[in-house]
Design a protein around this ligand. Structure first.
Ligand code: ZN
Length: 266
């Protein structure tokens, strides 16, 4: 099956929820204006990083992937019955360039399969941004995933939605804009589905619960099949179905991931 896209870029901002609405976030707002999106993408419960990134990258609910922050920090991911989106792309495209850049390194060691041939990179958000932009310009990857973490840190320290948190979110929005510019500079924008989202939000100085501030995250996607201004309805666990469909790669039958309406209509 041929996909509509040769490239997918998935940027996740840890702990960002849908707070972009309360601050300067020109790159995210541009994604909404030029593509499809929702401020009410439901993430997995509990609204904890490993559980939610697990759903975003493995396409199943936490009851199925079983990952927790403790587990991903200690153990490699080896569940062949529930392959990640990285694994599915690798199996279909042995020669594909696939990357994962994550500030929170347990995603790289505890969710991405070790033998999936994924280029891994970790570090602070600004360094990751610099290197992923180089990577996109030089390698023109089939799929690259990026995770930023400084916003979640600001939420735990200063409170989600607080002034300092919102300032940090504006900084992260700049990273999203830089990555999008790199896609354009690489000359692959026409063949790229560009997605930005979050794993969960936060309430007070924490997350893990079921308040709207914790369980709803923004999701925005831009690409040639997406009509500008489309409103879509999806959950975080549906993202692998979007990525694989875009590339024309099979998803896993074991996934709970379902393709939302509205992204492949043009
Ligand atoms: Zn998180």
């Amino acid at each position: 099956m041929a996909g509509e896209y040769k490239h997918v870029v998935l940027v996740g901002i840890d702990g960002a929820g849908n707070f972009y609405r309360k601050t300067d976030a020109p790159a995210i707002r541009r994604l909404f204006a030029e593509g499809a999106g929702t401020d009410y993408c439901l993430t997995s419960i509990p609204t904890i990083s490993a559980e939610c990134w697990g759903s975003m990258l493995i396409g199943v609910y936490p009851e199925t992937h079983g990952l927790t922050n403790d587990i991903v920090s200690r153990l490699p991911y080896t569940d062949a019955e529930h392959p990640t989106v990285f694994r599915m792309i690798r199996d279909a495209r042995p020669d594909a360039e696939i990357g994962a850049f994550s500030n929170w390194s347990p995603i790289l060691s505890g969710i991405v399969e070790r033998d999936a041939g994924v280029h891994l990179d970790t570090g602070e958000d600004p360094g990751i941004t610099r290197r992923v932009c180089e990577y996109i310009r030089e390698k023109k990857p089939t799929f690259v995933f990026v995770q930023f973490d400084s916003i979640d840190g600001a939420g735990h320290t200063f409170g989600y939605g607080s002034e300092k948190y919102l300032k940090e979110l504006t900084v992260a929005d700049g990273y999203v804009g830089a990555i999008r510019s790199a896609v354009e500079e690489a000359g692959i924008a026409d063949d790229t589905l560009f997605i930005a989202t979050a794993d969960h939000g936060g309430f007070g100085q924490n997350h893990g619960g079921v308040t709207d501030e914790e369980k709803y995250v923004f999701f925005a996607a831009v690409g040639k099949t997406v009509a500008p201004g489309t409103r879509i309805d999806l959950e975080v666990k549906d993202i692998p179905a979007v990525v694989t469909r875009a590339l024309g790669v099979p998803g896993s039958p074991s996934w709970d991931s379902k393709l939302p309406d509205g992204l492949f209509t043009k």
